[in-house]
Design a protein around this ligand. Structure first.
Ligand SMILES: [Fe+2]
Length: 189
C-alpha cells in the first residue's frame, strides 16, 4: 500500500470500520495505534501552517480535523506552545495520541480518594514518559494524564478520541488544591 495516500480522511474511514467491527476498547486501541503512527509519519500530506497556531491563553491550540455528526470518532491536531501544557485530566472516552513534531512530556496520575465528595479529588503521580514524533500513547477511558512542552518551540501531536472530549463531561484536576472541575477545550477558529 502506498502510505503517501494515507491522511486524515483515510484514518477517519478506518476508525468507522474499526468501530463497526469491535466494541472492545482494548481491541480498538490496539487497532488504532498503528494507524495513528502511519498518519503521523505522513504529516507532509496534512500538516499545514494553520494547524501549528496555538491559543496563548490556553497554552495550546486545538484544531478539529474530523468528527462524526454525533461527535464520536474525533481527530484533533494539538499545537503546544513552548513551556506550556495542560494540568491532569481524563477524557471520558478512549484516546490515542501520537507525536507529530517534537517531544511532549506526559505525566500519569492515579486517583486515590473515594470519589464521594463532589469537586474534590486526590491524585498521585504514577509515572512519566516523553513521547517523540511517531510514538503512540494509547489510553483507555479513565486514564488521567498531564502534558507539557519542555522544548523552546511549538510541538504538534495528533489526538484521536472515541468521542469529542467537549461532549464527554470529562474532568480537569488540580492535584495541589485537590480540586476536580469540568474541562472544556477552546477550539481554534
Ligand atoms: Fe489528554
Amino acid at each position: 500500500m502506498d502510505d503517501r495516500t494515507y491522511g486524515i480522511g483515510e484514518l477517519a474511514a478506518d476508525l468507522r470500520r474499526i468501530r463497526a467491527e469491535s466494541r472492545d476498547e482494548r481491541e480498538i486501541l490496539s487497532r488504532v495505534r498503528p494507524l495513528a503512527r502511519r498518519v503521523a509519519a505522513n504529516k507532509a500530506m496534512w500538516l499545514t501552517d494553520r494547524l501549528c497556531q496555538a491559543d496563548a491563553e490556553q497554552g495550546f491550540g486545538v484544531h478539529v480535523l474530523h468528527e462524526e455528526p454525533d461527535h464520536t470518532l474525533a481527530i484533533f491536531a494539538v499545537s503546544w506552545l513552548p513551556d506550556r501544557g495542560t494540568a491532569p485530566h481524563d477524557h471520558g472516552t478512549w484516546a490515542v495520541v501520537v507525536g507529530v513534531d517534537g517531544p511532549e512530556k506526559n505525566e500519569f496520575w492515579e486517583r486515590t480518594d473515594d470519589r464521594s465528595r463532589p469537586g474534590y479529588a486526590e491524585l498521585k503521580k504514577i509515572g512519566e514518559k516523553v513521547f517523540d514524533a511517531e510514538e503512540v500513547l494509547a489510553m483507555p477511558a479513565g486514564t488521567i494524564h498531564s502534558v507539557w512542552n519542555d522544548t523552546e518551540r511549538v510541538t504538534i501531536s495528533l489526538h484521536i478520541y472515541g468521542q469529542h472530549v467537549n461532549y464527554t463531561g470529562r474532568s480537569h484536576f488540580d492535584p495541589d488544591q485537590r480540586i476536580e472541575t469540568t474541562y472544556q477545550l477552546k477550539i481554534q477558529a
